[in-house]
Design a protein around this ligand. Structure first.
Ligand code: ASP
Length: 340
């Protein structure tokens, strides 16, 4: 056969057609979750604890998936999923959150809706059983984006959220953690006042991102922050663009890690910006931020992300990150360590 320009064009058109056909259609819905990143390795874990983590993550995924499958919104799925994680004493959010230096619990959370770019956040709340719901109410039922301290608690109460005593959140494990940390501080081994001190080894923040059947993205993050925090320290979790971001034009992101680095690098928004301005895929954009940008600065952590086409990325630069995802196509997984 003679290879004419006409034949070449015909072949090219055929190839383009083929590759179009091979592109997987967008899944009807997708969700990804995390339960924190850090020095989580097999030798620090008992089989019982690992099973408990896996089943808590599975219960959270199941809850969110049931909402998305029934045609519910990504925002409803994110909120309900985070409720399950906030209720579990295993994670550093809601019950089981880490202690401040004063041995109290102060919680941060944020929420973003990718369709409207509306967002809400609370910082340093002490009495709201579900801070993620307070963040969503700031988003949906106020003209503000962020409320902090006793004002945020009062807003949540006024909006009808469940109020608890601060000791509702306490667990012996977290009390021991903060007491050990304070002991180390007294012995001069660690200090939160040293800006480069690598004292923060384990993060247990929870987060969820989802794409619903209508193509809407949402993201939420909830945390107790860092063990031994003081002076009203606030991390990245309640800061829109740092710990949480969602935009139907690109992706939805929830972060976990050493918050100061995530704030300085505006991590969640940076991933979306790299997709929009550089034309990167979700995996490339998230990888550049987590693997290339943060480590030279000493920034440790990870994120979960879903893009508008239903792709998922779960990168982290720590030994482990509690994470899971589910797609309408049946693809699903729960992982903890770097190498599974
Ligand atoms: N990012 C959170 C903070 O800095 C901590 C975490 O992810 O566990 O408050």
């Amino acid at each position: 056969m003679k290879f004419t320009p006409y034949l070449f064009l015909l072949l090219l058109a055929g190839c383009v057609g083929l590759s179009k056909e091979q592109e997987a259609p967008r899944p009807e819905y997708v969700m990804a979750i995390h339960g924190g990143a850090g020095t989580i390795s097999k030798d620090l874990m008992t089989p019982e604890l690992e099973t408990a983590y896996r089943s808590a993550l599975q219960a959270a995924l199941d809850k969110g998936e049931s909402i998305l499958k029934a045609g519910g919104s990504s925002a409803d799925a994110v909120e309900a999923t985070i409720h399950i994680l906030e209720e579990s004493p295993l994670f550093n959010a809601g019950k089981g959150a880490v202690f401040t230096h004063e041995e109290t619990v102060e919680l941060d959370a944020s929420f973003m809706d990718g369709a409207t770019l509306n967002a809400g956040a609370v910082a340093g709340v002490k009495t709201l059983r579900h801070p993620i719901s307070a963040a969503r109410l700031v988003m949906d039922s106020s003209v503000h984006v962020m409320m902090a301290g006793t004002g945020a608690d009062a807003f949540g109460e006024k909006m009808g959220l469940e109020i608890v005593e601060n000791d509702f959140f306490y667990t012996d494990r977290r009390l021991k953690q903060v007491q050990d940390r304070k002991q180390a501080e007294m012995e001069g081994l660690q200090s939160m006042l040293n800006p480069r001190e690598p004292v923060l080894k384990k993060y247990g923040t929870v987060g969820c991102v989802a794409l619903d059947k209508n193509g809407n993205l949402a993201a939420g993050t909830s945390t107790g922050g860092m063990t031994n925090k003081r002076y009203g320290r606030v991390g990245d979790a309640p800061i829109i663009g740092a710990g949480t971001y969602a935009n139907n034009a690109s992706c939805a992101i929830s972060c976990t890690g050493h918050g100061e680095y995530f704030i300085r690098n505006v991590v969640a928004h940076d991933v979306a910006a790299r997709m929009m301005y550089k034309g990167l895929s979700l995996e490339q954009a998230a990888g550049e931020v987590i693997y290339d940008m943060l480590p030279p600065q000493g920034g440790t952590g990870g994120l979960v992300a879903v893009d508008k086409d239903g792709n998922v990325a779960l990168p982290f630069n720590t030994p482990g990150m509690f994470r899971g995802f589910v797609k309408s196509t049946g693809e699903t997984g729960i992982d903890i360590y770097k190498e599974e």
